[in-house]
Ligand binder design. Structure first.
Ligand SMILES: [Zn+2]
Length: 489
């Protein structure tokens, strides 16, 4: 196979969670009855005037600073013109040649290490379009389409990366980190499945002999993919498709393609527009956006700690790189972890319990750490019982299930189940002697060098004590008793 350099750039649209739309007072709430959140401004009636939402500018500036961009003191709005039923004005108010912010970057983190830095070319503010609901399974065989303009005019930022990514995996890591960063800013719901975060991927392949050349390559844009996983799948498919075409001596056509979730394939939608197809021109109804240093300073002062600082906090507490990424990707998990670790000094044990047993229960019940029926205090109470030796790890697993089911604290569950670990050496010795007497052939096997036989005997003791005997005490006691038997024979 010929060698190709894969070149990927991503455009990410993020809906800002302001209460009202970008240029009018209509609500931005998701899921309302169609066309109930509309007014003459967002319906594009003649004679109306847009007024910029200040909160949207603050949110956009937060994103720009968190992505290390330079915020321009002067930017302006432009009309991007195209005809489509979801766009009542037949133009979208966006920012073209003078965007809000430029020259940022996002560090891609893999296995706890910064793998590379992806440039952020620009961030601009724009309004969303409405939504078409097709009456049919697919657009192709729909009987008709209904227009819902509730979304028309909802504020968006578009974050355009440099074409710095070289694999589908890097694109996934970039999106993951972008979502992490934005989630701590609390400026968007970031729900890809609901469309509050949407991603278009530009993919092109450069044959080895052109590496380093400035010749522009035909780009294929994969539009509106609804999850990070699917962005990765779409790019993987597209890279393979383009490589096959190029190897067969064919040309790549510059086009826009959709992604089909079921088949994992991309499919041709239309040939791609050039910027000048949109006939951009300055929006005459809005003054330029002028942001003072004082405004930018104020926004900068309101930023939460960066994701890199959060990673450092978790790393210093002894959390493993893989677990750090899991906790970091869920704000509720980080809050839970912080509360639990202020009450319990073994951060590793907290992390292990959170990411294994508690996660298992949360996933099974469709809960999250933010809505967990077991509180950080509740988990710590359980961990204290393990630490004090009242519960073995195995018993604790049973207890945590019951805690989740009943909402009762660990102590109460332990009492109800009549559970507590037998640590009394004499009590264990009694059971061990019974087991040894019952299974003499196995004991002899062990004495003749079959180490595995011990496991069976341990199992028998645990069975007799209903799993409540302390395993290390069982082990040492068994060896002692067997040694005594061996000396006698
Ligand atoms: Zn409106």
């Amino acid at each position: 196979m010929k060698h190709f350099e894969v070149i990927i750039g991503l455009e990410v649209h993020v809906e800002l969670k302001t209460r009202s739309k970008l240029f009018c007072g209509c609500s931005t709430e998701f899921g309302a009855d169609p066309n109930t959140h509309t007014c003459p401004v967002c319906l594009g009636m003649p004679g109306v005037l847009p007024v910029l939402n200040r909160q949207a500018v603050v949110y956009a500036a937060k994103a720009a600073l968190a992505l290390q961009c330079t915020i321009h003191s002067y930017s302006k709005f432009d009309r991007k013109q195209y005809f489509y039923p979801d766009l009542p004005k037949a133009y979208q108010i966006s920012q073209y040649d003078q965007p809000l912010a430029e020259y940022g970057h996002v560090a891609i983190v893999n296995g706890g290490e910064v793998m590379k830095t992806v440039g952020v070319r620009r961030i601009h503010l724009e309004e969303d379009a409405g939504k078409l609901n097709h009456l049919g399974q697919r657009l192709g065989d729909a009987k008709g389409s209904l227009v819902d303009l509730n979304r028309a005019g909802v504020p968006l930022i578009e974050i355009v990366s440099e074409p710095d990514m070289r694999s589908a995996d890097e694109a996934r890591l970039y999106l993951t980190e972008l979502r992490n960063i934005l989630s701590y800013l609390d400026i968007s719901d970031l729900r890809m499945e609901e469309g509050s975060m949407r991603c278009d991927a530009n993919v092109s392949l450069r044959p080895a002999e052109y590496v380093g050349s400035l010749e522009e390559l035909p780009r294929v844009e994969i539009k509106n993919v609804n999850s990070i996983r699917n962005v990765q799948r779409g790019i993987e498919y597209e890279v393979a498709r383009q490589a096959e075409l190029l190897e067969a001596g064919e040309r790549i056509i510059k086009e826009t393609r959709g992604f089909d979730d079921q088949s994992g394939r991309t499919y041709s939608q239309r040939s791609k527009e050039e910027a000048n197809d949109y006939r951009y021109f300055p929006e005459p109804d809005l003054p330029p956006l002028v942001l003072t240093d004082a405004f930018v300073q104020e926004v900068a002062g309101s930023l939460p700690p960066s994701t890199m600082a959060l990673r450092e906090e978790l790393r210093e507490a002894g959390v493993q790189p893989k677990d750090i990424e899991v906790i970091l990707s869920d704000q509720g998990a980080l809050t839970f972890w912080r509360q639990a670790t202020t009450l319990f000094d073994d951060a590793r044990l907290v992390t292990n319990w959170m990411l294994s047993d508690l996660s298992r229960l949360l996933n099974a019940h469709g809960d999250t750490f933010a809505t967990s029926p077991i509180s950080p205090e509740g988990l710590v109470e359980l961990l204290n019982l393990i630490k004090r030796g009242t519960l073995s790890g195995r018993m604790a697993k049973e207890v945590v299930d019951k805690m989740y089911e009943t909402g009762k604290p660990a102590e109460a569950v332990v009492k109800n189940l009549g559970m507590s670990q037998i640590t009394d050496g004499e009590a264990i010795k009694k059971v061990v002697e019974e087991v040894v007497a019952l299974h003499m052939p196995v004991v002899e096997d062990y004495l003749s060098g079959k180490d595995k036989a011990l496991g069976f005997l341990v199992g028998q003791v645990m069975k007799k004590t209903k799993g409540q005997a302390k395993p290390d005490v069982v082990n040492t006691t068994l060896k002692e008793v067997i040694r005594a038997v061996g000396e006698k024979t």
